[in-house]
Write a protein that binds this ligand. Structure first.
Ligand code: SF4
Length: 328
């Protein structure tokens, strides 16, 4: 059964106009404010208990998609459903269950923690506000959450600046767990950490998933980060999903040329002696996306048709979808 469903989700940001454009508009010219289609008609389902990895380069729209899924941004069009009900973004319209059960963990643990609050308050104020714990049980509850996230509860009266980067990310995890979530959106949750600390935090995510039957949307720019955690992986490029498949199919039988290019950039112990081949060029500006297939200016297999017609996601094997004209 699907816990989260995204249906034709679109998010358009309108940017402020430059001086020249504003002057031209004042003089009567029809000038439109520039628009960025950060998320462009994405439909995805996440089953209860599933971990969906979402991978793409910086600027592809994956963080916007993560925020739409968590109900932080309102979509321009399309719907996000949680347990079959549309997610309302305005706090006043949201059910308490939706607020507490859907939690988000951010890339920069320090920026997401109030530097003036002690850890006990950072972890405890949400569940206290939403009535998940009584004031008299709050201290025990905070200690329990800290232990679940691998932190020493005796540190609960310290401030965020007294912790290392890895410990701060664990505080962010403890704060999310304290809301008794069922679904956690992790946006580049380990990207700011050293490699050895990354492994510890990833192990913690896996252990919590098993113990608390959590569902994750795990966003990363790095395919090797999501490999051991995910059941399925979705690959995103310029606001679109270009391939989605069970994790083994992505790593062993990747179909889309962009996925294969990302895999080529993955450095593993086995591949450390191979020559590093970066993907050609840079991700184009979403202000002026290419015509047809958005990947065609960088694709080694591009044909005339690719610049003219946008490919749609097609099922090429059971539960394996890819958007490429090479699939006929
Ligand atoms: Fe490359 Fe064409 Fe496939 Fe796009 S549709 S990935 S340009 S072959």
């Amino acid at each position: 059964m699907n816990l989260v469903s995204l249906d034709s989700l679109t998010k358009v940001f309108t940017l402020p106009m430059g001086m020249e454009a504003r002057l031209a508009r004042l003089m009567g010219a029809k000038v439109q404010a520039p628009q960025v289609h950060a998320v462009n008609g994405i439909s995805l389902d996440i089953a209860r208990g599933e971990v969906l990895g979402l991978v793409g380069e910086s600027g592809c729209g994956k963080s916007t998609l993560a925020r739409l899924t968590a109900g932080i941004h309102a979509p321009t069009s399309g719907t996000v459903r949680y347990r079959g009900k549309p997610v309302a973004v305005q706090r006043g319209n949201r059910e308490v269950k939706q607020i507490t059960e859907v939690q988000m963990i951010f890339q920069d643990p320090y920026a997401s923690l109030n530097p003036r609050h002690r850890i006990s308050r950072i972890i405890g104020q949400g569940p206290l506000f939403h009535g998940l714990v009584s004031r008299e049980n709050l201290d025990d509850y905070v200690c329990e959450m800290m232990e679940s996230a691998g932190l020493d509860p005796s540190y609960r009266f310290r401030y965020p600046h007294q912790f290392s980067g890895g410990q701060r990310q664990r505080i962010g995890i403890a704060r999310a767990l304290a809301m008794k979530p069922e679904f956690i959106v992790c946006d580049e949750a380990v990207a700011a950490l050293d490699v050895s600390i990354q492994a510890q935090v990833l192990n913690l995510f896996m252990e919590l998933r098993e113990r608390l039957q959590l569902t994750y949307l795990f966003v990363s720019h790095d395919l090797s980060v999501v490999k051991h955690l995910s059941d399925r992986v979705a690959i995103m490029y310029l606001g679109k999903i270009v391939e989605v498949a069970p994790v083994d199919a992505i790593y062993l039988e990747a179909n889309h040329p962009y996925t294969r290019a990302l895999l080529g950039n993955m450095l593993t112990l086995q591949s450390r002696r191979k020559t590093f081949v970066p993907i050609k060029g840079e991700i184009p500006s979403p202000l002026q996306p290419p015509s047809g297939c958005k990947f065609h200016p960088r694709c080694p297999h591009a044909m005339t048709r690719c610049a003219e017609e946008e490919p749609t996601l097609k099922e090429i094997a059971p539960r394996h979808f890819s958007a490429c004209h090479l699939n006929g």
